[in-house]
Ligand binder design. Structure first.
Ligand SMILES: Nc1ncnc2c1ncn2[C@@H]1O[C@H](COP(=O)(O)OP(=O)(O)OP(=O)(O)O)[C@@H](O)[C@H]1O
Length: 615
């Protein structure tokens, strides 16, 4: 008897059509749900994936209620003289419903895996949501989407229960392979049942294998091109000149005003366990932002870039209002002309270096775009690397590409969020040099977030110190480092030695925690509470008869490659390593000169170096 192949063709037709529909519907639904944290999300998710957990007969029953003669869709179709019940269309509908959750869930997972900073950075480079979808989300999610399609197709191919209820088992018209198996078993024709079962398994498994092979190939191709990490190509700084940024501002504490030139920020943002409440003005130069972990530095940059929305306040850039809660103005990131460089650089991994840099230049004619990319590559010394992918670059090179990409759009403000944190010490100092040169020709406003005090000092003319979501100090770097007004600012700028004080009379205070009386040169502020001194400014064995010199004993030491930290106690010998008053830092040469001297040592807290603070 000749074998009727119609179940095979019908299955492929039904599953293929359903998969095409599921592909688009699943991606659309996943895209809409992406980032949705609304209260209806759980309910909506439950509905979308319910066909995965409900018995197929229940799904079939519900579809029958919907598409049947008396169902709302059934009646609507009947008014056009059309019905899908007991046709192959019904098989397609059943297959779409049961395979949709697989496509949706896989697509959502693939989208969610994409680093959100890539999307944020694309927005700050001027890309619309549509462009981000087509050029960032879709290509990066492709391996996941392909896996989703395969699973959806396999599920559609194997659909039985819902299809039987909606489409029935009409040989040649609605009988798919799963149905052919069931009815072959019913009729006792085990040979035929085996044949269809093997056909389904072969099609599904070969589909999965092809996808797996493709993914493997995709990964191998990525790794093969991983070959050359180019640390050796990093520029080597051999005695090159180190220059200060060109336009260090001379002003101190600029008034908070809606300046025509500059960045004016006065915002509040309430989060679950944190409140950002900050106000400052930045002029066209480099403002360093220092602060402890979690003090709100990144959040401030994210609000300025439009990645986060403040709860209250205003942000004005060169006279343009970027955000005004009162007037309900909230320019999207792509219209702000503000570039944000993330800690992890957020380079688009599927684009070459040149494509990354050109990403924000879509509106320029091609020749001009190419010219701008070459200029930027040259400015960060990456000529000849335009065709590489980010994973073929060293950390330092990636950092330079991120900077070139951010500057290519000629932003009015450049926000750098700890741009060197992922680099080793050697590379860090090279990159710092390079950034200094780049910034010296950048005419806009730069905000530079860092934890590294020395880096902040070298790169920035002005500094803002943040703590607990607010600015606690703002001024020139000299002012902030040499005359911190509060204990917190002194701590955050690296001061390690503090003592409570009682004022003794004009020019003298008693440092109660250290048990000594100190002469001070600075005018004593009204509400003075603390005195401090930086570790490297403590003198050991000073010239005889120096002021503020006391006998000291050594409680403990701690060694770094070039310096020693000495834990010292005034007036009496320590009982253990924790029993000390101050930490002093000395170079190794000095340490070798003093280490065998008998105790007590003479230790001076130079009156000119003492910091007077309020708590
Ligand atoms: N999306 C968020 N939802 C709730 N809280 C958040 C969110 N993002 C940040 N925070 C909180 O806001 C505070 C400030 O975070 P932010 O990232 O600005 O700190 P930071 O000063 O940059 O710290 P670090 O130096 O460690 O990067 C932290 O307490 C953090 O937990």
């Amino acid at each position: 008897m000749e074998l009727d192949l119609s179940p095979l063709w019908l299955s492929l037709k039904v599953a293929g059509t359903a998969t095409v529909a599921t592909f688009f519907m699943g991606i659309f639904a996943a895209y809409r749900m992406l980032g949705d944290r609304g209260r209806w999300r759980s309910l909506l998710e439950g509905i979308l994936i319910s066909p995965l957990i409900l018995p197929p007969t229940v799904v079939g029953f519900l579809l029958l209620l919907l598409f049947g003669k008396n169902g709302p869709l059934g009646q609507l179709m009947e008014s056009f003289d059309f019905t899908i019940i007991f046709t192959w269309y019904a098989g397609v509908v059943a297959a779409i419903v049961v395979s949709f959750p697989l496509m949706y869930k896989t697509a959502l997972g693939a989208f969610e895996q994409i680093d959100s900073s890539l999307l944020h950075v694309a927005r700050t480079l001027g890309a619309s949501e549509r462009r981000i979808f087509w050029q960032i989300l879709l290509p990066l999610a492709m391996p996941g989407l392909v896996a989703g399609v395969t699973l959806a197709f396999a599920r559609a191919l194997g659909e039985f229960g819902a299809t039987l209820m909606l489409a029935g088992n009409i040989p040649g018209e609605t009988q798919t392979m799963p149905m052919a198996i069931y009815f072959a078993v019913e009729a006792g024709d085990m040979g035929l049942a085996w044949l269809w079962a093997i056909a389904i398994m072969a099609i599904s498994l070969s589909g999965l294998m092809v996808v797996n092979l493709w993914q493997q190939h995709y990964e191998e191709k990525r790794q093969r091109s991983d070959g050359g990490l180019l640390e050796a190509n990093e520029p080597v700084n051999r005695g090159g000149k180190r220059t200060e940024p060109a336009r260090l501002g001379q002003w101190i504490n600029p008034p908070l005003s809606n300046t025509a030139t500059g960045l004016f920020v006065t915002i509040e943002k309430q989060l679950a366990n944190f409140k950002l409440d900050i106000a400052f003005t930045a002029l066209p130069e480099t403002l360093g932002i220092l602060g402890g972990s979690g003090s709100g530095k990144s959040m401030t940059l994210r609000c300025i870039a439009g990645v986060e929305t403040p709860t209250k306040g205003r942000i004005v850039l060169n006279g343009r209002t970027l955000f005004d809660a009162g007037k309900r103005i909230n320019l999207p990131s792509h219209k702000r002309h503000v570039s944000l460089v993330f800690q992890n650089y957020a380079l688009f991994p599927h684009m070459t270096v040149a494509q990354n840099i050109a990403f924000g230049l879509q509106r320029l004619p091609k020749t001009l775009r190419r010219q701008r990319v070459s200029q930027q590559l040259a400015s960060v010394q990456l000529q000849g690397l335009g065709d590489r992918y980010p994973h073929q670059l060293s950390g330092g090179q990636q950092q330079r590409v991120a900077l070139a990409r951010a500057l290519a759009t000629e932003p009015e403000a450049l926000l750098l969020d700890e741009p060197f944190s992922a680099l080793d010490t050697h590379l860090r100092s090279q990159m710092e040099q390079q950034l200094m040169e780049t910034l010296s020709t950048y005419p806009g406003i730069t905000l530079f977030v860092t934890h590294n005090l020395e880096e902040a000092y070298r790169l920035c003319g002005m500094l803002m110190v943040m703590s607990g979501g607010s600015a606690i100090a703002y001024g020139s770097k000299h002012q902030i480092f040499e005359h911190p007004k509060t204990v917190r600012v002194a701590q955050l700028t690296g001061c390690k030695n503090f003592s409570r004080v009682v004022v003794q009379g004009s020019g003298f205070v008693e440092a109660t925690d250290w048990g000594i009386t100190l002469q001070v040169l600075e005018a004593i502020p009204d509400r003075l509470t603390d005195i401090g001194i930086r570790a490297h400014q403590i003198s050991i064995m000073p010239a005889p008869d120096s002021d503020n010199t006391y006998p000291c004993w050594l409680a403990a030491t701690s060694e770094t490659p070039h310096r020693m930290t000495l834990f010292l106690k005034f007036n009496t010998a320590p009982t253990d390593a924790q029993d000390y008053h101050v930490q002093a830092e000395v170079f190794k040469e000095k340490w070798h000169a003093i280490k065998d001297q008998p105790f007590p040592w003479a230790v001076q807290l130079d009156p000119a170096r003492l910091i007077l603070m309020v708590d």
